[in-house]
Design a protein around this ligand. Structure first.
Ligand SMILES: Nc1ncnc2c1ncn2[C@@H]1O[C@H](COP(=O)(O)OP(=O)(O)OP(=O)(O)O)[C@@H](O)[C@H]1O
Ligand SMILES: Nc1ccn([C@H]2C[C@H](O)[C@@H](COP(=O)(O)O)O2)c(=O)n1
Length: 222
């Protein structure tokens, strides 16, 4: 049996992983896993149910049993919680910050591990996250670590939120990005870091099309 092609795209917040993963998956006709959305869904659910952020047992239980589904549409991947479309709600900055906190809990990560691996199915998968190449799919065919300077990532996020009509401060966004980077990189379990066999792409000076072309070239030359 031929093994499914697995492409992992890891990197810090705002580096473009989501945008690029979606494009690469569409271009190659592969499945897509937005693992950050799973952590965001746990966060959203915990906020809605007013779960104590220190109640690890309850948070892990949420992660294990979360009734989620994803659907690929013209606007990208829509996320559903109990059948409700929560694609916009999970993208709120406050949900992202809580997601970063619940993602530091080993019990929550363990509860989501197999759920993430279940996304690997023929003809293959593009998996976007922080530990796709290091922990979830250590035998992936191709591992990319996509990064960009914190300032460039804050700028991108600023433009993204402005286009959505949200009023935000650039300085505040930069602080949030630095806070999240620090938590994601310094946590005990599955910290954000490139896999030893990852190709590192710094997109600070690259447009989205350039990044897409660079990754498709790596896939072609594998
Ligand atoms: N190379 C690039 N040049 C300019 N803008 C980019 C580039 N890559 C992504 N963007 C833009 O930056 C914003 C953030 O990208 P995206 O949401 O894909 O990042 P991400 O790494 O998935 O972030 P997060 O982990 O927080 O979900 C989007 O508005 C996207 O269009
Ligand atoms: N594999 C993953 C994916 C995400 N996280 C954490 C890191 C972020 O703080 C949060 C939300 O992710 P995003 O949607 O911004 O990519 O979830 C993680 O620890 N591991």
């Amino acid at each position: 049996m031929t093994e499914a092609l697995i492409i992992t795209i890891d990197g810090p917040s705002g580096s473009g992983k989501g945008t690029i993963s979606q494009r690469v998956a569409q271009k190659l006709g592969l499945q897509l896993l937005d693992s950050g959305a799973l952590y965001r869904l746990v966060a959203l659910c915990s906020i809605r149910q007013a779960v104590d952020p220190d109640d690890v047992v309850k948070l892990a239980e949420l992660a294990r049993t979360l009734p989620v589904s994803f659907k690929l549409g013209s606007e990208g991947v829509a996320a559903f919680l109990n059948g409700e479309d929560v694609s916009q709600a999970i993208r709120l900055e406050e949900v992202g910050l809580v997601a970063s906190k619940v993602a530091a809990l080993p019990e929550v990560r363990a509860a989501l591990l197999e759920r993430q691996r279940d996304f690997a199915a023929p003809p293959g998968l593009v998996a976007d996250g922080r530990d796709m190449g290091t922990v979830v799919f250590p035998n992936a065919t191709i591992k990319i670590f996509l990064t960009a300077s914190a300032e460039e990532r804050a700028n991108r996020r600023f433009n993204q939120l402005k286009a959505r009509g949200e009023s935000v401060s650039l300085a505040r966004l930069l602080e949030d990005i630095q806070e999240r980077d620090s938590r994601d990189m310094n946590r005990q379990v599955s910290p954000l870091k490139p896999a030893e066999d990852a190709v590192i792409i710094d997109s600070s000076q690259m447009g989205i099309d350039d990044v897409q072309d660079a990754i498709l070239a790596i896939v072609d030359n594998r």
